[in-house]
Ligand binder design. Structure first.
Ligand SMILES: Cc1ncc(COP(=O)(O)O)c(C=O)c1O
Length: 387
């Protein structure tokens, strides 16, 4: 079965009683036992729920994985995978990892006696120089947020596995429609399903996918133990969203490419970060491991004032956190996704205060171009360049 068909049919047979074509919401916390000799297959919704199970089956299939666990947020999925680390263990984390994952490693893992070192995912050999005898797990992601770098997944997995590390990859920005990291050797893929998988900016959720049954069981039990399970309604929304992932992603990519080309040619935009552009440093890696280049584009201006002006003067793009929904969003990383980092940490990670991040939606591309164009053109040069 091909991707688009799997998204609509895996785990979603018509319900056995009424043959409803749309999977029902099993909005029940508990399930009745027939008698004490027959435990129902699902008995309590913190542990499992039929709507959640349907969502997990389809997400696993889309990632070419066996096991999926759904969570109440992407961060809960990150926390569950990092919980594989015990006191005394060491984590390798890509320098340009998502800010929330960075916060978890920096602030909370040390409380459990777990230390971490950063590595440069664009230089897989750098792993060798930071590895320690106690290193157990490596986490990275791509395209990265908001710099849109594309690490070579296979190269990183090969080196990490030489040292026996468990490799975790956050596939939120690409989605399984564009990239299936388990096929390159990743041990656990995770998602903020809030983003492309659900796709309509109406639910927060997460998921992990793996082919390793021991890892799968640990993660499933952690979710049950910590109670970070999603609600049946949230799972239903995510399930409804994932059914259209394939065609949404096609449009996100098509729009993003046209917009990236327009912005690259614009005299007031100093840099465009989009892996679909030939000028992008990871264009070749992206071509090798992704089926298209995604819906996320970052841009830079000469001054902070100009970047802020554009963020505040778009009309169709909405100034908001998050990404991957059908509507276009514009974000200013220093005050949004990367607000917990210091200016120095951001600049070190290639995130200057003159950068904006665009989540390109599925609107008409020409309308989006005109919207960005008018916002840039309306910037009054009299605003001091030093602001
Ligand atoms: C790459 C990435 N991973 C994880 C997360 C966390 O997901 P959530 O906000 O669903 O907890 C985000 C959120 O923006 C993200 O962008």
């Amino acid at each position: 079965m091909q991707f688009a068909t799997k998204a609509l049919r895996v785990g979603q047979d018509p319900d056995p009683k009424f043959r409803a074509v749309v999977p029902p919401i099993y909005q029940s916390s508990t399930f009745a036992w027939e008698d004490l000799d027959h435990i129902p297959p699902i008995d309590y919704s913190r542990c499992q729920n039929p709507t959640r199970e349907m969502f997990e089956k389809v997400v696993a299939a889309l990632e070419n994985g066996e096991h999926c666990t759904a969570f109440s947020s992407g961060m809960a999925a990150v926390a569950a995978t990092l919980a594989l680390l015990q006191q005394g263990d060491h984590l390798l984390m890509a320098n340009d990892i998502y800010g929330g994952t960075f916060r978890l490693a920096e602030k909370y893992l040390p409380r459990n006696g777990v230390s971490y070192s950063g590595f440069d995912a664009q230089n897989p050999e750098s792993i060798r120089s930071v590895i320690q005898a106690t290193s157990k797990l490596l986490i990275f992601e791509g395209p990265t947020n908001p710099t849109m770098r594309v690490p070579d997944i296979k190269k990183i997995c090969d080196i990490a596995h030489e040292y026996g590390l468990t490799v975790v990859f956050d596939n939120t920005f690409a989605s399984p429609a564009l990239q299936t990291p388990l096929d390159y050797g990743v041990d656990v893929v995770l998602h903020s399903t809030t983003k492309y998988i659900s796709g309509h900016s109406d639910v927060v959720g997460g998921a992990t996918i793996t082919n390793n049954s021991d890892l799968a069981y640990f993660i499933y039990e952690w979710n049950k133990a910590f109670g970070s399970n999603p609600s049946p309604f949230d799972n239903w929304l995510s399930l409804r969203g994932v059914r259209t992932l394939s065609c949404r992603m096609e449009r996100h990519c098509k729009n993003a490419m046209v917009i990236a080309e327009y912005l690259e040619a614009h005299s007031q935009v100093t840099k465009v970060h989009y892996p679909g552009l030939k000028s992008h440093p990871d264009h070749e890696v992206a071509k090798k491991q992704m089926s298209d280049f995604g819906g996320m584009v970052s841009i830079e201006f000469v001054t902070v004032a100009e970047a802020r002006w554009v963020a505040e003067h778009v009309g169709i793009f909405l100034l908001a956190e998050s990404l991957g929904g059908v509507e276009s969003l514009i974000a200013y990383p220093p005050l949004m996704s990367h607000a917990t980092m210091t200016e120095e940490q951001r600049v070190e990670r290639g995130i200057p205060p003159t950068m904006l991040r665009l989540s390109i939606g599925i609107e008409d591309a020409q309308d989006l171009i005109e919207d960005l164009g008018q916002a840039i053109a309306s910037y009054p040069a009299k605003v001091p360049a030093t602001v």
